[in-house]
Design a protein around this ligand. Structure first.
Ligand code: NG1
Length: 385
């Protein structure tokens, strides 16, 4: 298995267009990969060490060995995402050799654009390539989705799947169990603006607990609802959605105790919006897609309670600047928004966000750095061998 391969791998970030906080419920989501990425230059080693450096001096070098149980670095250490990739792969290929790796990235961190999963995917591809090992993409997506839980987040499988499986120019519906990606071309006249709220949503830090709490409460809502309908408590969300009409489910859901009723309503209505948004994109119906973004944001803010005042304000400003719709994207609690506008308005929306959001917060010049037009990009690849 050993080889002496070196190369450069690139793994893009992603923006989730719609279908938020439902991947871990096993329900379809609709993200696209973006042009910003994590890149790793790697060189195969003869031993089992992984030596990790970062072009950004804010991230200290990190070293670990590819053993059966890789001990984590302290909580919050960026090197744990590399360890997560190593740990996942070593269980599948026990005798992998290590690499020397140098990481660089132009993806904003803790901004809801999946810089963490991009690092996991890039590391995994670097290790596999250096060892001359290949894996079927769907199998790798699934392995890394489970593998990233090494860092303590009970995440779903959206990020690793789109980062590996995206097609340039397209958004993709991702279905789970079984995993499947279906691309839809993004209409040429549409622009998705991504704008960071300036609030870090550090999923390896404080946000981890609230995120994991949402995964638990949505699952508890599912269990309670199944029981109420006389179905087995193991009935999954996809099975629930097949068992009754949305109206029936929402009515039954409204009888659950307060918080569970709201969580359940978000999951069910968001699942509906995913299908509608995919159809709106296929029909190039920008106004309809925009309305679905708005409805998704309201649901995430009021029912799922994962928004933040700065996100709400950004969403409002983007709409006032002429976006057809906007919503928080990613896990929330900070991070970024995504707004949809016609191509001809993108510059104006960015200029308005600069003047009305970033400049008053002392972050002038942000458009470009923190706010940009996201280009639907291709998935992770080895770009130079
Ligand atoms: P981000 O935006 O990367 O924190 C997280 C989860 C996703 C998904 C979204 C919410 C991970 C790696 N990512 O994304 O699976 O649940 O939140 O829709 O846990």
């Amino acid at each position: 298995m050993a080889s002496t391969q070196m190369g450069v791998v690139r793994a893009p970030g992603r923006v989730n267009l719609i279908g938020e906080h439902i991947d871990y419920c096993g329900l379809p989501v609709f993200p696209m990969a973006i042009q910003r990425s994590v890149r790793i230059a790697f060189d195969a080693r003869a031993d089992r060490e992984v030596q990790l450096g970062n072009r950004d001096p804010g991230f200290a070098a990190s070293t670990f060995t590819l053993t059966q149980q890789i001990p984590p670095a302290r909580a919050g250490d960026w090197g744990n995402y590399a360890r997560a990739a190593g740990q996942a792969l070593i269980q599948r290929f026990p005798s992998l050799r290590g690499i020397d790796a140098l990481v660089e990235s132009d993806l904003p961190i803790a901004a809801g654009l999946s810089s963490s999963s991009a690092l996991v995917v890039a590391m995994a591809l670097a290790i596999l390539h250096a060892n001359g090992v290949t894996m079927a993409p769907l199998e790798l997506m699934d392995l890394l989705a489970r593998g990233e839980r090494y860092v303590g987040t009970a995440g779903g499988g959206m990020d690793q799947s789109i980062i590996l499986g995206a097609q340039a120019g397209c958004a993709s519906r991702i279905e789970f169990h079984p995993l499947r990606l279906t691309p839809t071309p993004v209409p040429a006249g549409w622009r998705f603006i991504v704008a960071w709220s300036l609030v870090h949503a550090e999923k390896s830090g404080a946000v981890q607990q609230v995120y994991n709490e949402r995964t638990r409460s949505s699952d508890e809502a599912r269990r309670l609802l199944a029981r109420r309908l006389g179905l087995p408590e193991s009935t999954t969300y996809p099975a629930l959605l097949e068992a009754g009409s949305v109206e029936e489910l929402l009515e039954a859901g409204s009888t659950l105790a307060g918080q569970f009723a709201r969580r359940f309503r978000h999951v069910v209505t968001e699942a509906m919006r995913v299908g509608q948004a995919e159809a709106a994109m296929a029909a190039a119906d920008l106004a309809a897609f925009g309305r679905l973004l708005d409805a998704s944001h309201a649901s995430l803010r009021d029912d799922y309670e994962v928004s933040h005042p700065e996100l709400d304000q950004l969403v409002e400003l983007a709409r006032e600047a002429g976006a057809a719709g906007a919503r928080l994207t990613g896990a929330g609690f900070g991070g970024s928004i995504v707004a949809l506008c016609p191509a001809g308005r993108a510059a104006e929306v960015l200029a308005e966000l600069e003047a009305r959001f970033y400049a008053p917060r002392g972050a002038a010049g942000a458009a470009g750095r923190y706010a940009f037009s996201a280009e639907p990009s291709g998935g992770a690849e080895v770009i130079r061998a």
